[in-house]
Write a protein that binds this ligand. Structure first.
Ligand SMILES: N[C@@H](CCC(=O)N[C@@H](CS)C(=O)NCC(=O)O)C(=O)O
Length: 224
């Protein structure tokens, strides 16, 4: 049996993408099993593999882990992406929780009705540039280091880079007023494992295409 973690989700970003990023940043190879239909999800649910009947689910170290945050915490702790002590970990947790809030805002854009999309996008840009990015810009300034926390790469760096790149997909100049975030982006993108993940052909997923939305909504029974 392969010792690689096995990720169960649909073939898109959603809640699994940050897990893919963390594993890739840690240099861990992983396999993926994609849900293509609602039946695939029902089968997985019936098999007893999903503690709360939900994905993401990751088979790792003999466990069938669910709950995105728990999976992320485990990977970060296992691969030394979680700071050097409890206080660093507390900072990392605060930064990551805010990044997850922003990620969720971005993720829900695709589900907005056409006539609400413009207003929703304006809210994304407002929250990103007025609530979240100024904090990380200041953290980098005050830290004066290459990383958000301490002097080594942590999951906060990995997950912030993921969010920055995603935010740029919505508005290409969204980082214009944040010079330290721009240099952070360039620097962390150059970490060898991350650089590799950013190359075409990696397991990084593209933004959800409009045409794939009905399939995803069907799998998860959304909008019913
Ligand atoms: N708190 C859970 C939420 C998971 C969740 O909402 N998963 C959705 C797909 S992204 C799902 O499995 N929906 C099917 C269902 O709830 O029956 C996590 O973070 O993993």
């Amino acid at each position: 049996m392969s010792g690689k973690p096995k990720l169960h989700y649909f073939n898109g970003r959603g809640r699994m993408e940050s897990i893919r990023w963390l594993l890739a940043a840690a240099g861990v190879e992983f396999d993926e099993c994609f849900l293509e239909t609602r039946d695939d999800l029902l089968k997985l649910q019936k098999s007893g593999a999903l503690l709360f009947q939900q994905v993401p689910m990751v088979e790792i170290d003999g466990m069938k882990m669910v709950q995105t945050r728990a999976i992320g915490n485990y990977i970060a702790a296992k691969y030394n992406l979680y700071g050097k002590d409890l206080k660093e970990r507390a900072l990392i947790d605060m930064y990551v929780e805010a990044i997850i809030d922003l990620d969720e805002l971005l993720m829900m854009y695709a589900l907005q009705p056409a006539d609400k999309k413009e207003q929703y996008l304006a809210n994304i840009v407002d929250k990103a540039t007025n609530r979240y990015f100024p904090v990380y810009e200041k953290v980098l300034k005050d830290q004066g280091q290459d990383f958000l926390v301490g002097n080594q790469l942590s999951r906060a760096d990995v997950q912030l880079l993921e969010a920055l790149l995603m935010a740029e997909e919505y508005k290409s100049d969204i980082l214009a007023k944040f010079p330290l975030l721009q240099s952070f982006k360039a620097r962390i993108s150059n970490v060898p494992t991350i650089k590799k993940f950013l190359q075409p052909g990696s397991q990084r997923k593209p933004p959800l295409q409009e045409k794939d939305l009905p399939k995803v909504m069907k799998i998860f029974n959304l909008g019913q």
